[in-house]
Design a protein around this ligand. Sequence first.
Ligand SMILES: Cc1cc2nc3c(=O)[nH]c(=O)nc-3n(C[C@H](O)[C@H](O)[C@H](O)COP(=O)(O)O)c2cc1C
Length: 261
Amino acid sequence: METFECIEKRRSIRRFLDTAVEWEKVGNILRAAQLAPSSGNTQDVRIVVVTDKSVREKVAEACIKQYWIASAPVVLVVYSDAKDTKRFYGLRGEKLYSIQNAAAAAENILLAATDQGLASCWVGAFDENMLNSVLGAPNSVRPQAVIPIGYSEMEPEIPKKYNLVDTTYINSWGGKIVNVDLVFNDFSAVLKKKISEAKTTAVEKGPVIGAKLLEKGKEKFNKVKEKIKDRVEEKRLKKEKALEKELGEEEAVLEDTEDNI
Ligand SMILES: Cc1cc2nc3c(=O)[nH]c(=O)nc-3n(C[C@H](O)[C@H](O)[C@H](O)COP(=O)(O)O)c2cc1C
């Protein structure tokens, strides 16, 4: 699958089929997580793969009773062990980088799952202590994300997203990008958008404009028809008058002739 297609296809899925996930696919997903960037390559992410049904149920319970999680045949719990990140980068490493490292791994997991035709969901709502106790993890490590994985039972639409112009700034905070494609010199995208807008306008406004033109055409035709009628009448009257005049003259000649006989 193309990278962008995969990114677009990924959705949060909360209903899974009762179908096992191939181990090879799980392995690929774990490899994808491992290949994610990490601060100074500290690789402080740890993952617990949960397949046991009763443990999955307890994990779901710890995720503030999001029981649907247990219906996924595999649940990954992404941890960060911030020992090294703290040692190398202090507070910033402990409180920021370790979270970001886990987030990068989590996103790779979601994409690798999608790429292999699997469904997943990033779950962040859980009781950390409860989760640690379910999985027997020490309190020095922190769960960052729970990711159920399985075959989807649903195909949701892409949720509504804000317009890029409202969430992206150029050169300074708040700098509005009026046309993102133009900023990135993607003229083909600009043209494509304009053509599509023109097509939509034509489809939407075509019938309305067509009806208006037809109305105007009819009005004009009726006016021309009236004018032709007036002209014909005018010509007829003229002819009549000319005839009357001619007759009048002939009558006068006749009267003259009669007088002279
Ligand atoms: C940090 C984080 C925490 C989340 N926690 C939950 C969660 O506890 N339960 C859940 O059902 N979805 C959770 N989600 C999924 C979001 O609801 C989902 O990503 C969002 O609605 C957008 O939908 P999409 O993933 O299909 O694009 C979480 C996502 C993130 C990034």
